[in-house]
Design a protein around this ligand. Structure first.
Ligand SMILES: Nc1ncnc2c1ncn2[C@@H]1O[C@H](COP(=O)(O)OP(=O)(O)OP(=O)(O)O)[C@@H](O)[C@H]1O
Length: 274
């Protein structure tokens, strides 16, 4: 039995409880609650302005909630400084790729890996045995990621010269180099053609199945969402509209209407879901 002040065991890696974010007069996120279970792919969907990116930015600590609480692996995320998020095991990709354009793929991945380094400034400068070991470990990890994502052919290419679809995979690789437990993917299919989106679906499935990484994703492409997501949370106007399997959420009348832009009051639809 648990002691009275011990939280009950949970399979949730991330828990958001009643989180709200206000920007001036705009309630971007209004009392949103959800759990992301260990090992699942959990996807946020919703029309433009629904609040998805704001939720994402809360979890990567770019924003702080106006109210509510986000717990990651039992720890209050708001107590963690933003620069500590990567070392907690949270990594992210961006809607508009953020890589060093005039560095090679290998260099970009090594930079990603360096956020994981445990050695200090002086150890690195003096190249102590600990720093040497860390460097070898970093290179090994990066090589594993290059093999995993089939990037061998591009290892020494400058990012600036690569097709957009390959850059998206490099960005995914950079996030994987930090050995995350929670991977945040911000619109992984944006800018990709049909074939590249198919490939992205395979990478996400491999990351979940082979690496056991929990994925939280914001995505608009419903075929990708249905294919890779275990559960989906639909938002509209900062509120939760529906949550469940991809099939359940897509069949929800409120979700269909929200995408058509005809919903004025999501409260009635939330009652339908309950
Ligand atoms: N930094 C900010 N300052 C002021 N308002 C903001 C800010 N960020 C978001 N908003 C507002 O909050 C609301 C939710 O925006 P958010 O970007 O989270 O939606 P979204 O679902 O991600 O939309 P999209 O799919 O277009 O990216 C919108 O009304 C937006 O204008």
């Amino acid at each position: 039995m648990n002691a009275p002040d011990t939280p009950p065991p949970t399979d949730a890696l991330l828990q958001a409880r009643d989180i709200s974010v206000r920007f001036g007069g705009v309630m971007a996120v209004n009392k949103v609650s959800f759990d992301v279970r260990r090992g699942e792919v959990f996807t946020l969907i919703g029309p433009n302005g629904a609040g998805k990116t704001t939720v994402f930015n809360l979890i990567s600590r770019l924003y702080a909630p106006t109210s509510g609480r986000i717990t990651y692996d039992g720890q209050d995320l708001a107590r963690q400084p933003p620069h500590k998020v990567a070392s907690l095991g949270i990594a992210r990709t961006f809607q508009n790729i953020e890589l060093f354009e005039y560095a090679t793929v290998l260099q970009n991945l090594l930079i990603g890996r360096h956020t994981h380094r445990r050695t200090g400034f002086w150890q690195d400068i003096l190249f102590t045995p600990a720093a040497r070991r860390a460097e070898i470990e970093a290179r090994e990890k990066v090589e594993q990621v290059i093999d995993f994502l089939d990037l061998q052919h591009h290892r020494d290419s400058l990012v600036a010269g690569l097709p957009y679809g390959v850059r998206k995979v490099v960005e995914l690789g950079r996030a994987l180099c930090t050995q995350p437990r929670l991977l945040l993917l911000d619109e992984p299919s944006s800018g990709l053609n049909v074939e590249e989106t198919e490939d992205m679906a395979f990478w996400i499935q491999d990351i979940q199945r082979d690496l056991g990484i929990t994925v939280l994703m914001v995505e608009h492409d419903m075929s990708l969402v249905s294919r890779v997501s275990d559960r989906v949370l639909a938002m509209n106007q900062g509120e939760v509209l529906a949550m469940g399997s991809p099939r359940e959420v897509q069949a929800h009348p409120g979700v269909v209407e929200a995408y058509l832009g005809t919903i004025e009051d999501v409260s009635s639809l939330r009652r339908e879901v309950a």
